[in-house]
Design a protein around this ligand. Sequence first.
Ligand SMILES: Nc1nc2c(c(=O)[nH]1)N[C@H]1C(S)=C(S)[C@@H](COP(=O)(O)O)O[C@H]1N2
Ligand SMILES: [Mo]
Length: 311
Amino acid sequence: MLFKSPPDIRPSEITDQAVYLDRRRFLCTAAVTGAAVLAAPQLASAAVSLGEIKPGPFSTDEQPNSYDDITSYNNFYELGTGKSDPKVNARYLKTDPWSVTIDGEVSKPGTYALEDLLAPHAIEERTYRLRCVEAWSMVIPWNGIPLGDVLKRFEPTSRAKYVAFTSILDPENLPGQRRSVLDWPYVEGLRIDEAMHPLTLLAVGLYGEIMPNQNGAPIRLVVPWKYGFKSAKSIVRITLTEDQPPTSWNLSSAREYGFYSNVNPEVNHPRWSQAKERRIGEFFKRPTLPFNGYGDQVASLYNGMDLKANF
Ligand SMILES: Nc1nc2c(c(=O)[nH]1)N[C@H]1C(S)=C(S)[C@@H](COP(=O)(O)O)O[C@H]1N2
Ligand SMILES: [Mo]
């Protein structure tokens, strides 16, 4: 599918969107037809085009949430702490131009304009479950590239044991960063094998459109077997490190949020159960699966580890 986004054309006005939705069998679903096709998505940036999107591995065939659900119920504290704040405040996130620095334990560090970072890679479509630590979940058709493929270009050294992610710092524009709800900028981290795992995605779009601001434009992490907060949004720096990097939620409350944060129905948050979750748009709760249902792919990363101690 060819996708271009000149600033004056809304992606939803282009036939590709209808083709895309048709391919996803979405047009058959009465409830979604109006909302998903007619909704006017907020364009994040004209600097990036997704180009041809190829089907990727690991997609769930569960029904994706609607475009409207995915873009109006968000956690993005830089744009406010309420679930509807990120959409309302989306315009305060300035994404054009955007560059990403990759440094630390790599042989070839550098700062790249987003277009150049993406250029060598084919954008894939991957429909993943996202399970928030707050016990809600969604199914999201992401467009992105495996993080591992990007990291390899920068040639990690043998001392690279972890990967640290830093989100945008722009308190002049981002209303949430003028309050100290978290230590800004938002930081996250993965162990190197988690970062290199083929499931781990750098996402630049969803539903075939460039990433809406409220979902972490223009580039965000997606780690589907971990609680949503591991998936840092609006990334400006990726640093390979020898030591385990600090992470925002762990810094704010270490007893509630560990470094690993793998989805685990058997390890409750100190203030609530993690055994069940509510899929946004559904009424009844469903059981939460170990590793958010991705255990076949990732459980072996944690062989021999006590996942109750390393929560
Ligand atoms: N920079 C940044 N990244 C972030 C957050 C945030 O507040 N700031 N929230 C996290 C949380 S708690 C979740 S559940 C997911 C939500 O992603 P979504 O809004 O695209 O569903 O983003 C994560 N990434
Ligand atoms: Mo979350």
